[in-house]
Design a protein around this ligand. Structure first.
Ligand SMILES: NC(=O)c1ccc[n+]([C@@H]2O[C@H](COP(=O)([O-])OP(=O)(O)OC[C@H]3O[C@@H](n4cnc5c(N)ncnc54)[C@H](OP(=O)(O)O)[C@@H]3O)[C@@H](O)[C@H]2O)c1
Length: 331
């Protein structure tokens, strides 16, 4: 099969089209003929040598794919209601930038009705991450207010739409006025250009001084102290990335006084059983919303993976931060 490999750590040009042996599904796995692979920021971190591959995972980048099932563990597939020929999207721990990809059956979900494979390839990484962090860990409830940092990131566009679909009020931050407009178009109630306004003061104003119930943070560093300030009583801060640095100094007194919870997680190294449980929740609670198109795919650009330099171009676009939503490779 053809695949995009990381020839050495470095700039986007280290991504090379290569010939690799076809993968073989083991017990509990199936093989997908990949139509599209989603690109995520963690792939950029892996390419630069800052995100080690978990033990046992493919060294090829790519955490999500969609396409047709071509073979696999028949009993496991039957138990999951899947069969050869079905179109699925899958969360994988690596190996997604390839024409063929193996996935644990429990991490596969049917392509939602009315969605293309390229649309569905944008789902797994951000939907598993947002569901697990915002809804499971941070327990966002209907009627509560969520502050999302990076509202136009792949994660952000998912979080805005899911939180609105489940009855929350959403405030999103972004780094330009046009990105703020995009957040509002996706359903956010308010958007804050964090480069021209202080998000702490804006949150205070927008919530009448009460603060937000949950913050989804992908920045950390100096943001943590400011987010602790933004939280309402019994608020929850969930950190999923540290783009602004790992060290944070904050007023611990506020954690006691407001009874705050600070949490976070990283999806890729978690066990298959954990990911399968998230898949089940998504199938039960979120897939009906996708099929009603209350939540829509947000595809910024697609790149033809077999074109020379396409993957490098896709990563260059992601690093430029010009994109709104997801970037996809098609095969
Ligand atoms: N923990 C997990 O399991 C997990 C899983 C998936 C992804 N992630 C992390 O989640 C983040 C988003 O991933 P993605 O694939 O959606 O990436 P992406 O589309 O490339 O988005 C990155 C975003 O970060 C925003 N950003 C950077 N500095 C910011 C700041 N100071 N304030 C507000 N926003 C800022 C950028 O927005 P502006 O241009 O508006 O600044 C951009 O939209 C990445 O850091 C990724 O590593 C974590």
């Amino acid at each position: 099969m053809k695949a995009i490999e990381i020839s050495s750590y470095g700039a986007p040009e280290v991504l090379r089209l290569a010939e690799r042996p076809d993968p073989t599904p083991a017990a509990g796995e199936l093989l997908i003929r990949v139509a599209a692979s989603g690109i995520n920021r963690p792939d950029v971190l892996q390419r630069t040598g800052n995100y080690p591959v978990p033990p046992g995972a493919s060294d090829l980048p790519g955490l999500e794919v969609a396409g047709e099932i071509v073979s696999g563990d028949g009993a496991a597939m039957a138990a999951a209601g899947l069969a050869i020929g079905d179109h699925v999207c899958a969360l994988v721990a690596g190996g997604g930038y390839a024409q063929l990809c193996v996935a644990p059956v429990g991490q596969c979900l049917p392509v939602p009705k009315g969605w293309t494979d390229a649309d569905a390839a944008t789902l797994p990484e951000t939907f598993f991450t947002v569901w697990s962090n915002v809804f499971d860990r941070a327990r966002l409830a209907s009627g509560e207010t969520l502050l999302i940092q990076g509202g136009t990131s792949g994660i952000g566009v998912t979080a805005i739409q899911l939180a609105k679909a489940f009855g929350a009020r959403v405030i999103a931050t972004a780094g330009s006025d046009s990105k703020c407009d995009a957040c509002i178009a996706l359903g956010a109630d308010h958007a804050i250009n964090y480069k021209t306004s202080d998000f702490v003061r804006e949150v205070e104003r927008l919530t009448g001084g009460k603060g937000v119930d949950v913050v989804l943070d992908m920045v950390a560093g100096s943001y943590v102290a400011r987010e602790i300030e933004c939280l309402a009583e019994d608020g929850r801060l969930v950190i999923i990335a540290v783009q602004g640095g790992t060290k944070a100094e904050f007023n611990a007194g506020m954690v006691l006084r407001k009874r705050l919870t600070v949490t976070g997680s990283t999806l890729r190294p978690r066990p298959i059983t954990f990911k399968a449980a998230i898949a089940k929740s998504l199938r039960d609670k979120v897939w009906p919303v996708l099929e009603r198109k209350t939540v829509k795919p947000v595809v910024h650009s697609t790149f033809a993976a077999l074109e020379p330099g396409a993957a490098a171009e896709a990563h260059t676009l992601m690093e430029s931060n010009q994109h709104i939503g997801k970037i996809v490779l098609t095969w």
